[in-house]
Ligand binder design. Structure first.
Ligand SMILES: NC(=O)c1ccc[n+]([C@@H]2O[C@H](COP(=O)([O-])OP(=O)(O)OC[C@H]3O[C@@H](n4cnc5c(N)ncnc54)[C@H](O)[C@@H]3O)[C@@H](O)[C@H]2O)c1
Length: 260
């Protein structure tokens, strides 16, 4: 249960959704958690709630697309705890626009947060993790990074996160840092609660439901902790079977091979 006792973690995009669930679970596992987000009020409320439960946490306003803001975040964690063991690059946005309808500014903003933000986070955090003696970085990608998808900027960013994860894992293995990515399917959060694709996604998902932020957080905790000590450079799908063969499964159902 206390697999992160004495550890220090940064979670980005932690004010709500999956990041909030990850911050909560890491804190419950014993980590001191720096809750980072552009949403200040929600992040501060989360920290208060964690502290009320006896956990150690702080909020820091961090726009992950800013190199200077990352330098401030690493300085803050160094001043607070003097070490860093875990980085969860979770912050992300979606465009939900077709390629024809994606303006350059929207493309660049999304890539700046989802992909460049992950790059900047890894680059800023790795030296302090090296000093700390070990580290685990978990980058949140998506199951849309295993196929084509209807949001070109989002999909390109999440494929990029997978490539960056493997590359960083190879570079930092000598520093004792493991780097893995988590690739969720549909998880209903503030990112998509009002989206028109929820119903067809759930119907196509073999488990016939969306996942929960807590289910994703459990996988993130496993990768953040020493429970996964021999795993680096890997992608972990968590999508109710969607990527395993949802299209073929539908074919099997529609052709009468499976009952439902
Ligand atoms: N919800 C899903 O179905 C799903 C599926 C696959 C992957 N993901 C990924 O999971 C991650 C978390 O998404 P979520 O579903 O919890 O969404 P969410 O919108 O609830 O949470 C995202 C958080 O990121 C923060 N954020 C946005 N821009 C930021 C920036 N520039 N700097 C710092 N923080 C910023 C937001 O304020 C928010 O708190 C994202 O990377 C998302 O792409 C989500």
């Amino acid at each position: 249960m206390r697999s992160l006792e004495g550890r220090v973690a940064i979670v980005t995009g932690a004010s709500r959704g999956q990041g909030e669930a990850e911050a909560r679970l890491l804190a419950q596992a014993g980590a001191a958690v720096l809750v980072c987000d552009v949403l200040q009020a929600e992040g501060e409320a989360l920290v208060q709630s964690l502290e009320a439960d006896g956990h150690e946490a702080r909020f820091l306003a961090l726009d992950v697309s800013s190199k200077d803001a990352w330098a401030d975040a690493i300085a803050a964690v160094r001043g607070w705890k003097g070490r860093l063991d875990v980085l969860i690059n979770n912050a992300g946005i979606i465009n939900r626009k077709s390629l024809n309808d994606t303006p350059l500014e929207a493309w660049e903003r999304l890539i700046g947060i989802n992909l460049t933000g992950t790059f900047l986070g890894i680059q800023a955090a790795a030296p302090l993790m090296r000093e700390s003696g070990c580290g685990s970085i978990v980058n949140i990608s998506s199951n849309s990074a295993f196929s084509g998808h209807y949001d070109p900027a989002y999909t390109a960013s999440k494929w990029g996160v997978r490539g960056l994860t493997r590359t960083a894992a190879m570079e930092y293995v000598g520093w004792g840092i493991r780097v893995n990515s988590v690739c969720p399917g549909l998880i209903v959060t503030g990112l998509n609660a009002d989206a028109p694709h929820l119903k067809p996604m759930i119907e196509l998902t073999p488990m016939k439901r969306s996942g929960t932020p807590e289910e994703v957080a459990r996988l993130v905790l496993f990768l953040a902790s020493e429970e996964s000590s021999f795993i680096t450079g890997e992608d972990f799908l968590i999508d109710g079977g969607f990527t395993s063969g949802a299209a073929y499964r539908r074919v099997a159902v529609e052709s009468g091979l499976y009952e439902s």
